[in-house]
Design a binder for this molecule. Structure first.
Ligand SMILES: Cc1ncc(COP(=O)(O)O)c(C=O)c1O
Length: 452
């Protein structure tokens, strides 16, 4: 039997995260070197390494018997808890009726793109999840390159939006930002909001990393700045280390009554509701409690320590620049200073750079530039600093909280040996690259002296 796949599906590319998975698996089965058996230094996958908070686990166990379908927008207690959570942590007053629960923010963003008419404005670099969705839905889209600090400039947004003919535009704002780890401040958001108001731009503000903001008092939600035009998405995946639970939520803009009915139709058509026991478990994660508050504080501090260490070691390598993360567990490293040496080594694209790093002797996995919606020839890469045993590190932090700079370095060295070793591999790779390029140059010079 031969099955014919729908053309619409055939036409879309494999999402980058799946490509990455396949690529790493292929590498594993291909490499015969004995040292490859340990796996690789994982700077590629963006997953929180910590255990799911105990009170969420307990609540899940307690609610396993809940076999009934839940209401489409989510169980009322959960929407209530999310409403209070938003008030407590993000200072936004949202009635539970403005909150819709779905199986992860990825799906909810897709659903929003389904119901919202308009051209999508996608700031780059970007999380690798948005573009396949935009393409699948055949939406018009335009990239909006960020400035060197990883943020979009309001003037650039304005210039682009003025060129677009659509009555409505949709800006996907990701704050805090994957892959750079940067954070917009209040006045930057206000300036973006001014442009959005003026030019009828709807914002999908993906704030899945909000709770990871290292200095949490600095986080400002776009839902607060532009409440009439922003859909805020957030969930359990990063802050509660429960990506596998598949639970996210969207806060609808104020007064979006008609739209909510349309959205409900889409959810009911596609998945009815999120698994009921998971929704009850999530209540425990969103209710305000000392335990959750401690969990957020500890995990964001550990991310900060790992980020600081990774940033310092990377930028100590001659010529390498990186964004200094203020949130998330990523930074964007810029290896473009090595472009001539990379070309000499026949590494002409960021994909080739990822391949060169994953093979023996480096065994280091990174996410290259084109997966981040950058040019194929842009040698930038996302470095995720989560390759450690989250449960052990969490305990170690509680037992002895590192305070000084040198204690923080020691903490990483003692608790995240794969991050330490992976960074050493990156150092070695670029050292060798430089040396090989010099050797090649010498060879070329010597050859030129040889009379024919
Ligand atoms: C920026 C960003 N948005 C959304 C998601 C997806 O989150 P969820 O698990 O809620 O679908 C991720 C996950 O990597 C992400 O990095």
């Amino acid at each position: 039997m031969r099955f014919i796949v729908d053309q619409q599906v055939e036409d879309i590319e494999m999402p980058e995260n799946l490509k990455l998975n396949t690529f790493l698996q292929e590498f594993h089965s291909d490499c015969t070197h004995s040292e490859c058996r340990f796996g690789f230094y994982g700077f590629a996958f963006g997953q929180s390494p910590f255990p799911v908070p105990k009170l969420i686990q307990d609540a899940l166990i307690k609610n396993v018997n809940k076999g009934q379908y839940a209401a489409v927008p989510g169980v009322p207690q959960l929407r209530n808890a999310i409403s209070k959570y938003n008030k407590h942590y993000f200072g936004i007053d949202v009635a539970p009726e403005r909150i819709y629960v779905g199986p992860g923010t990825k799906e909810l963003i897709f659903n929003l793109l389904e119901i919202l008419h308009g051209t999508v404005i996608l700031p780059t670099p970007a999380w690798l999840g948005y573009l396949p969705q935009i393409r699948f839905l055949k939406k018009n889209f335009h990239m909006l390159p960020s400035r060197a600090n990883g943020k979009i400039a309001p003037n650039d947004l304005k210039r682009l939006a003025l060129r677009l003919q659509d009555r409505q535009k949709i800006l996907i704002l990701n704050n805090p930002h994957n892959p750079t780890g940067m954070l917009y401040n209040k006045s930057e958001l206000e300036e973006i909001a001014d442009v959005c108001r003026e030019l009828n731009i709807t914002v999908i503000s993906d704030e899945i990393y909000a709770q990871t903001t290292y200095d949490f008092s600095k986080f400002v939600s776009m839902g607060k700045i532009y409440p009439e035009g922003t859909f805020v998405t957030n969930g359990l995946s990063k802050s509660h280390a429960a990506g596998g639970y598949r639970l996210g939520y969207v806060v609808f803009p104020q007064h979006a009554v008609d739209l909510k009915a349309q959205f409900k139709k889409i959810l009911a058509t596609e998945y009815t509701a999120v698994s009921t026991p998971i929704q009850y478990a999530a209540i425990a994660g969103f209710e305000i409690s000392h335990e959750m508050d401690e969990y957020f504080k500890i995990t964001r501090n550990i991310h900060k320590i790992m980020g600081e260490y990774t940033y310092n070691r990377l930028t100590a390598i001659d010529g390498i620049k990186a964004t200094k993360p203020e949130a998330t567990f990523y930074l964007l490293a810029d290896f473009n200073a090595y472009s001539p040496e990379l070309q000499t080594a026949k590494i002409t694209t960021s994909q080739k750079l990822s391949e060169a790093l994953i093979v023996h002797p480096y065994h280091t996995a990174i996410v290259g530039g084109d997966s981040l919606v950058l040019e194929r020839t842009d040698f930038s890469a996302r470095i995720a600093y989560v390759d450690y045993d989250g449960a052990k590190v969490y305990d170690a932090y509680q037992k002895q909280t590192p305070k000084t700079h040198s204690e923080r370095i020691e903490f990483v060295q003692n608790n995240a040996p794969k991050i330490v070793a992976g960074l050493t591999m990156l150092e070695k790779f670029f050292e060798a690259l430089k040396k090989d390029a010099v050797d090649e140059l010498m060879l070329l010079k010597n050859n030129m002296r040889i009379p024919n």
